[in-house]
Design a protein around this ligand. Structure first.
Ligand code: PLP
Length: 831
């Protein structure tokens, strides 16, 4: 096979004429509705609109693939492996890319349907849990915009992250059946399928070559979820794998009438795609999870090798032509599987295969919490993946001999860095495997990358310092500014021109205008309109009326103790008590009205996090109905947090709560979305908050609390939360109220354990940071009462956020980690 010509034909099609798309919409609608005269249901209109977009998207996809293939032997493709892609909705992005929105809006209007209702009827593809999965989705958007030759690889989950409901204020979980009406944006690739094995044993052939004979074999089928660019015709791909049995039905069992046995193989294959995180409290759940990881890795690597060979390139160039990125350790079996494919299936020598693997693989770490680092029992790996275990042993053996030559006699070091943990019943440390196999390992914000090499990876960093680097996260400004906040986007166009839409760095031009009071007022008017919409949603969903002119104080993110939603609640209760004790407000100035909005899901088995959700709703019930407050304090918990809910809340926020214990939040990306939309941040010196403050200017961020080094010191010398509570009368009153049932009169003991946990351990130092947090909230109140100063600060916040575009982040990965030439330039000039 010959390589493609190096000259690339122009393949970026112009957006098809809107009239063609409207005609396609009409045809599709005629095929889905039963009665052409009635106004179609929003979902039927959604399906028809998606159908109309699919044709041009498919053409763009094919053109993109042809263009990438034609780049010839100098090209390098990026393969981004992730167990999570938190995509959210896709329709608005497709309409923007195809410039179809105005025409579709008009067409729908003639049928008595509003575009907003149609967009709102699209279910979120919630195939992720939180920031890690949303990062992967933002990256796909930037892959498209940068025209980066790439594939995202994930699993096609049947059910997304659970749907969260509230019952008596407590979280209940329901399955999230996002595919119920079918899917709109993925294309099945009937010609792409690979076999993935599990279990069985390993044999040696006559020449001594090891060969795996799996006991169970499933087929991986490819579905491509397409993500179009706005500025040109490039389309990024998320290839999602779906498992099916090689023999979907055991016909003999079927004829016997044993239908369960007849379908058992298909059922086993189906379970691989059921849910994102099988409950890992059972052996079956843990086994399923490991199988999912192996399935993702094997199918993706077979696919990329097949593509490489189909393009006529020799296997020896596989590492040069392909970057393989591990989004956290979930796909960290990749190096072992790649070695198996290269050595066992393609006959390469171990040394050459290892050089290829090292050249290709890189890994992003997302957490420093030792308990969150993934490990698997050796026995389980041996049972499911016997050949992979042999390969891991050999990788480890060669790695440890290298360590022994570098640090002779240091057996303790060898134990600490070994891929096999011998202390806890023999387990495979996935992070160690990822570090050993990668040529680059990065953290996701500067502080996190620094702490990564000082703490969990310090031994590796001493041995291989050149391997470690930082790439600070970013978010896609298409979804998180242009689409979610058209009012602000138009205002930006008016004040600094439209260049920021292609190059977010141009937001900095706003800084010079931050003192312009008229501009500040226009910004406030945009914000107020967004707040009105959110207030309406709160009224509709929760029956709570909130004051649109109050300060909207927002914390939305996964519920986790380290993110300290509980600290936020302590402040709400402190404020509540202070308002009752002193109705005239601090210094007789009155109380700045506040609406505190919290949203987030608690993992189903995480008892403490679920308690926090319940406490938030309990406090809200009391506070929201207390007439003595005159409506000046409200607390609402909006259920079922996800991408779409975030898109509706963030543009309406005045204040963004980023209050994790310093040293615990790897980066955060929610913090970025808020500041981009003109919210001010109250936050700790943690994760990307630090770099945000540096880009925005520290005077325009409300920073409080202990810094990471002080947190570590305090823990080292011995932290006594009870002593802190005893010193602070207001804090003590807050804890007493919560602990004695002031917000749960029907069950006074409901939060006793939660409060005792704070007084006895307070692992995340809420009490240590409480006083400074409350004092800083008072400074927020003061600034909010001065709209001119507040608006100027909000403008400076927006102006400083250009750096936090995922386009910049991806360009940095391309240059520093993936060695893809030209992508950094493309980030600026692809427009
Ligand atoms: C951005 C985002 C996150 C990450 O938020 P953090 O505040 O950084 O934890 C999680 N979930 C969704 C739906 C998001 O959009």
């Amino acid at each position: 096979m010959t390589t493609q010509p190096a000259t690339v034909p122009a393949t970026t099609p112009a957006a098809p004429p809107a009239a063609d798309l409207v005609a396609a919409f009409r045809r599709a609608l005629a095929m889905t509705t039963t009665d052409g005269r009635e106004a179609p249901a929003a979902r039927a209109a959604l399906r028809a609109a998606a159908e109309a977009c699919r044709g041009p998207l498919a053409e763009r996809w094919a053109a993109t693939q042809a263009k990438d293939a034609a780049r010839g032997k100098d090209q390098r493709r990026v393969h981004y492996l992730s167990m999570e892609f938190l995509m959210g909705r896709a329709m608005r992005n497709a309409l923007a890319a195809l410039q179809l929105e105005p025409a579709l809006r008009d067409e729908l209007a003639t049928r008595g349907v509003s575009l907003a209702d149609v967009l709102e009827s699209e279910p979120d593809a919630a195939l992720g849990n939180g920031g890690l999965g949303r990062l992967a989705a933002c990256f796909l958007d930037s892959f498209a915009e940068l025209g980066l030759p790439s594939f995202g690889y994930g699993l096609r989950y049947r059910y997304g992250m659970f749907a969260q409901g509230l019952q008596d204020g407590a979280q209940v979980e329901r399955p999230d059946d996002w595919q119920r009406d079918g899917t709109h944006w993925d294309f099945e690739r009937a010609d792409v399928a690979f076999v993935v094995g599990f279990g069985g044993h390993v044999e040696s052939d006559a020449g001594g070559t090891r060969r795996w004979v799996p006991a169970e074999r499933v087929r991986a089928r490819a579905f491509d979820f397409v993500v179009p660019a706005h500025a040109h015709g490039h389309v990024a791909t998320l290839r999602q794998w779906e498992a099916s049995a090689e023999q979907p039905i055991d016909f003999a069992a079927f004829c016997r009438g044993d239908y369960a046995a007849a379908g058992a193989a298909q059922l086993a294959a189906d379970t691989l795609n059921w849910v994102l995180y099988p409950d890992d409290s059972t052996e079956a759940g843990r086994t399923l999870r490991l199988k999912q990881e192996a399935f993702l890795v094997s199918a993706s690597l077979q696919d990329l090798i097949a593509r490489h060979l189909a393009e006529g390139r020799p296997l020896a160039e596989l590492g040069r032509g392909n970057a393989i990125h591990l989004n956290d350790t979930h796909p960290a079996l990749a190096p072992a599987e790649l070695m198996r494919l290269l050595v066992d299936e393609h006959g390469l020598e171990w040394t050459e295969a290892w050089a290829i693997t090292r050249q290709a693989v890189a890994y992003t770490n997302h957490t420093l919490m030792p308990e969150a680092l993934e490990t698997w029992p050796v026995a389980m790996v041996e049972r499911l993946l016997p050949r992979h275990l042999e390969i891991i042993y050999r990788i480890n053996h060669e790695f440890l001999s290298d360590v022994r030559t570098k640090a002779p006699g240091d057996d303790a070091l060898v134990q600490r860095v070994s891929i096999i943990d011998e202390q806890h019943g023999r387990r495979v440390r996935m992070a160690a495997l990822a570090v050993v196999a990668s040529h680059q390992v990065n953290g996701v914000a500067k502080l996190h990358s620094d702490l990564m090499v000082e703490t969990i990876f310090s031994d590796y960093a001493r041995l291989y310092p050149e391997r470690f680097t930082n790439v600070t996260n970013g978010v896609t400004p298409r979804r998180w500014l242009q689409q979610c906040n058209p009012g602000l986007s138009n205002l930006l166009d008016d004040s600094i021109g439209t260049g920021w839409r292609r190059d977010l760095g141009q937001l900095s031009a706003l800084r010079a205008q931050a003192g312009d009071a008229a501009l500040g007022q226009r910004l406030a008017a945009v914000k107020r309109a967004n707040k009105e919409k959110l207030a309406e949603r709160i009224r509709r969903e929760l029956g709570v009326v909130v004051d649109v002119d109050s300060l909207f104080d927002v914390q939305i993110k996964r519920i986790h103790e380290y993110k300290r939603q509980l600290l936020n609640l302590l402040h709400v209760v402190a404020r509540y008590q202070a308002m009752l004790a002193n109705p005239a407000g601090p210094e007789g100035q009155g109380w700045t009205p506040r609406t505190v909005v919290i949203a987030g899901k608690a993992a189903s088995a995480y008892v403490a996090a679920k308690q926090i959700v319940r406490l938030a709703t309990d406090i809200g019930r009391v506070v929201n109905s207390d007439p003595r407050l005159g409506g000046k304090l409200k607390l609402v918990f909006l259920p079922n947090y996800g991408v779409s809910l975030a898109e509706s809340i963030i543009p309406a926020a005045d204040l963004s709560e980023q209050i994790s214990t310093a040293g615990t939040e790897a980066s955060g990306t929610g913090n970025m979305k808020f500041a981009m939309n003109g919210a001010l941040t109250i936050g700790t010196w943690d994760g990307a908050n630090i770099e945000m403050a540096q880009h925005i200017g520290e005077d325009d961020v409300f920073v409080f609390g202990l810094r990471a080094d002080a947190v570590a010191n305090l823990k080292a010398v011995g932290y006594d939360p009870r002593w802190i509570a005893a010193q602070n009368a207001s804090l003590k009153a807050v804890l007493d109220a919560i602990g004695s049932g002031a917000f749960s009169p029907g069950e006074p003991q409901r939060y006793r354990a939660l409060v005792d946990g704070l007084l006895n351990r307070d692992t995340y130092l809420l009490l240590a940071d409480f006083a400074d947090y409350v004092a800083t909230q008072s400074r927020v109140d003061v600034l909010y009462r001065d709209p001119k100063a507040w608006n100027a600060s909000a403008l400076r916040n927006i102006a400083g956020m250009g750096f936090f575009s995922a386009d910049r982040t991806v360009a940095e990965y391309a240059a520093k980690v993936w060695s893809v030439p030209g992508a950094a330039k493309a980030a600026k000039t692809n427009a």
